[in-house]
Design a protein around this ligand. Sequence first.
Ligand SMILES: CC(C)[C@H](NC(=O)[C@H](C)N)C(=O)O
Length: 681
Amino acid sequence: TLFSNKKKKRKKICYIFFIVVNEFCERFSYYGMRAVLVLYFRYFLLWDDDLATSIYHAFVALCYLTPILGAIIADSWLGKFKTIIYLSIVYAIGQVTMAISTIHDITDANRDGTPDNFTFHIALSMLGLILIALGTGGIKPCVAAFGGDQFQEHQSRQLNTFFSVFYLCINAGSLLSTLITPLKSVASTLMVFIAGSGMYVKTDPEGNIMWSVCKCIGFAIKNRFRHRSSSYPKREHWMDWANEKYDKLLIAQIKMVLKVLFLYIPLPMFWTLFDQKGSRWTLQATTMSGDFVSILISTVNPILILTLVPIMDRLIFPLIQKCGLNFSPLKRMTVGMLFAAMAFVSAALVQIEIDKTLPNFPSSSESQLKVVNTYSTTLNVTISPNEHLLIESFGSSADYVTFDHQDITVSLNTNPVITKAFSLIKGGRQTLIIPSDPTVMYLKEDVKSKPREGKNAIRFVNGYTADLNITNLDSIEPSATTNYTLVNQGKRDFVLRHGEQWCEFSRKFGFGASYTFLIPSTVFSDDCESITEVEDMKPNSVHMALQIPQYFLITTGEVMFSVTGLQFSYSQAPKNMKSVLQAGWLCTNAVGNIIVLIVAELGKLPKQWAEYLLFASLLVAVSIIFSIMAYFYTYIDPAEIEAQVRKEQGLEPEEMEKETLEMEEKDEDQKNEQGVKQTKI
Ligand SMILES: CC(C)[C@H](NC(=O)[C@H](C)N)C(=O)O
């Protein structure tokens, strides 16, 4: 017996391995593709930021809505195993379609590097994304529930460990996703999953269960309405009004599912905060300094998950249990929400620090102006009505001057005095460039937000007497100013050239600054030494390491909320509705994403820190509501309830046991048979 038990255990570990590796590969593919999706929209389809982010969030939301479809297919028709196989094929076709849509040569007849027919590429990529959403979302509830199905009722501890390992694999896949191409991983997902085929415990679908559930609920509501008069005796539960027509077992199962789904109503708020990691927090990072921006953003969450899940499972939760505290799943989820709220408080505090260092940008009714003087002497600049600036040669005004009107007149104390009228841009920042011939002074538009991704915006004013060529820039005419170019942090070299003459100019950049470099007429004679720099925008000074506490808090929250939610959704679902409840759980994520899309993108508060605090307060309020709902929730053992109902229906426990035994024996025979077949092959 001992030997056969050990053998069974080893076998189980083996086929659980196939399932978790399958999840690893799938998440690898999904996150790998997701990481480059916004870039594809921005730089291939040439969409603007807003459209790219909206379509991205809509795609993510779709990926978490399609689980309902997958669950219906699995529980009512194909069973989980076949659903995973077929939808994985759809998934792979989606990835191939998406990959084809990125080949610009297909419509680039004139070979200029730009596709000629954007509509074709957009249509193809949208089709690809829909197929991917169908594939990834469709299989998601099935894989988790299918993994859970491999355990027996008494193995609740192992089941919890399975879900923790399952979650670890999700995050390991997400972490490594940038290293290997997504396409290969979809193919390997399928192969890994099929490889374990002969070993799995496969539960059969029980007819069109979803249709029966809907009909049963519909009947209960109709019947209740028909018997609304007080002369009819009350029933314990409104679903009991379906007793006349429907099987007691089905009604009991629906009650279990509805109870859990009701509990899920407040949960999307957690995901609303969680999903802003990828949007608001990423933007926050671009206003900070530190040279690990991209690494931090894409890897900190999965790395923390990989560390925190084992710590929680092996240390924190057992310790809490040893202290005699009952840290039930719903309590864990509430605490998880509070951690997420704390993460947003931490983000707000960081934002307040950042705001102290940010430039004072103009409001929509104001205009800002700076003056740069490349004339040969110091100038007295008067901007009507009463702004007087003294600006040295090859220098600039100390900071931007803010005007609440747009029409200004500028006078220079040259001989004769030069006066010129300008109209400033409302809500904009501009620089008045005074060249060597001040009569042609002109306005140049400046950046009015922090350069993206911590880059630096730089431009050059040519005070040299002839055209100049600068590395990576078009040639600049005398007195002209280049447009901004974005450069990365670190030391950058520029070579300035005019005919045979050249000199090299080096500059070390921080993060998120903006500079105007003034090139004097002596540039070649002093080997670029005399180039002066005007700081239009200071580099970021709040270090990105300050974001670590908020990532730590939200990930701790995720471990408590998400891993527990996954286990809870499986354990509280009746046998034939496991995937449906997994899908319901995933839907809370979809709704959270939709809220981000609507509330966070449209209803922006003027102060970012205030928005963070608002979200934190909302989540605290929601977690209080959830804890009250959880207080009234009684944990159930679905198998026990089902057995009890069966017993009430007259099916003797011995018969049931016999039935179970027969099924187990059948399963074992089937597996042995397949094992023999495989050996023969
Ligand atoms: C959406 C889920 C929370 C889960 N994501 C993660 O675990 C992230 C990577 N920490 C998933 O199933 O992708």
